[in-house]
Design a protein around this ligand. Structure first.
Ligand code: BGC
Length: 345
């Protein structure tokens, strides 16, 4: 049984929500921001929805939490919004403590994508979303033609990104879903068990921006190489935990696939994350505060969920001589992330 349909997501009916369903997963994607609005695991007894989300396009435009959004042109922070490519200086729109965060004031999360469902075949369902980001948008050089594709295949959700540019530019895309595998209404992610195959993490400064200093994980609360609870880290003692009010750090992977594993505290669902990206910003929703009421009238408190934002390092352009986040004219940016779900039926 598969399903593919659209429903209106804005009051005027101009923005659509795209629905994909197979016998394992029910997925809803908003054309605003190519945003993952719902991810329901149909094989659980309660058919639980494991991502936080809001009720309409208007609500997404009114809040800057990036729930489920496709974040870009550059995810993460760029120091003072400044960078150089080919000796030319660029200044971005700054929206976070004097730095540019998640694409700027009007990032991709606020843009309306066009879309096309892919032909249904037995193994796979999909929808491709398109957005053209004009030369100079939020300060970035080059017109960027972007495609984001959501695929469902059995128990796997795969998000693929592809982009080309008319001038050398920066690109670093991610999906910013807030996961709680006990269900999005669960108030804490603390009892989740997390494993991250990482060789280190990037320290942040007071303004949450990483500037290149690496933390060796050994002996720190951030060492998730052996699976342990999220609370084990959050209740630890470390200057970096205080700076971020929890975990909000870029982990550098030590292997090319199956880098992260998350299990709900009730042991019903396990999610494996596998990507061709070099790391992930792991964020424990430290800046939610219970004020924001989302789907099904659920209020989202601090640390009710975890984001596993697979990406390259946003500020790398200001750290390394040959950053991978530069997309050159004629090249194609290509990234993918798979979210693979196992469920105790
Ligand atoms: C950032 C946080 C930020 C959040 C926005 C995360 O990816 O690292 O610092 O507050 O996104 O909701």
């Amino acid at each position: 049984m598969t399903k593919q349909e659209t429903v209106a997501f804005s009051k005027d009916g101009e923005i659509q929500k795209l629905i994909l369903e197979n016998s394992f997963l029910h997925v809803e994607v908003s054309a605003l921001g190519a945003t993952l609005v719902s991810l329901r695991l149909l094989k659980t007894k309660d058919q639980r929805d494991v991502v936080c989300g809001l009720n309409s396009a208007e609500e997404y435009l009114a809040h800057d939490k990036y729930f489920g959004a496709c974040v870009g042109r550059v995810a993460g922070r760029i120091d003072k919004g400044q960078f150089q490519i080919n000796g030319e200086q660029y200044s971005l729109a700054c929206n976070n403590n004097g730095n540019a965060l998640h694409g700027g004031i009007h990032g991709f999360n606020q843009q309306t994508f066009t879309y096309q469902f892919l032909p249904i075949n037995k193994e796979e369902l999909g929808v491709k979303l398109y957005y053209t980001s004009e030369d100079g948008e939020e300060g970035y050089p080059g017109t960027l033609a972007l495609e984001v594709t959501y695929f469902l295949s059995e128990n796997t959700l795969r998000i693929e990104y592809s982009a080309t540019t008319t001038k050398d530019t920066l690109v670093n895309l991610t999906n910013h879903s807030y996961f709680n595998l006990e269900g999005h209404a669960s108030e804490s992610v603390g009892n989740h068990i997390l494993q991250v195959e990482a060789k280190g993490l990037l320290k942040i400064d007071e303004d949450s921006c990483p500037r290149g200093a690496i933390l060796n994980l050994e002996g720190t609360p951030f060492d998730f190489r052996k699976a342990k609870s999220v609370n084990d880290c959050l209740h630890g003692n470390h200057e970096q935990l205080e700076l971020a009010r929890g975990i909000d750090h870029y982990f550098i992977f030590n292997k090319p696939s199956n880098q992260m594993k998350l299990q709900g505290g009730d042991k019903v669902c396990t999610m494996v994350v596998s990507t061709n990206q070099r790391g992930a910003n792991i964020y424990t929703a430290n800046y939610l505060d219970g004020q924001l009421v989302g789907k099904e009238n659920v209020a989202y408190p601090k640390q009710c969920a975890i984001c596993l934002e697979t990406q390259d390092l946003g500020n790398e352009v200001n750290i390394h001589e040959n950053p991978t986040t530069i997309l050159r004219v004629g090249d194609t940016y290509e990234a993918y992330t798979e979210f693979i779900f196992e469920v105790e039926e």
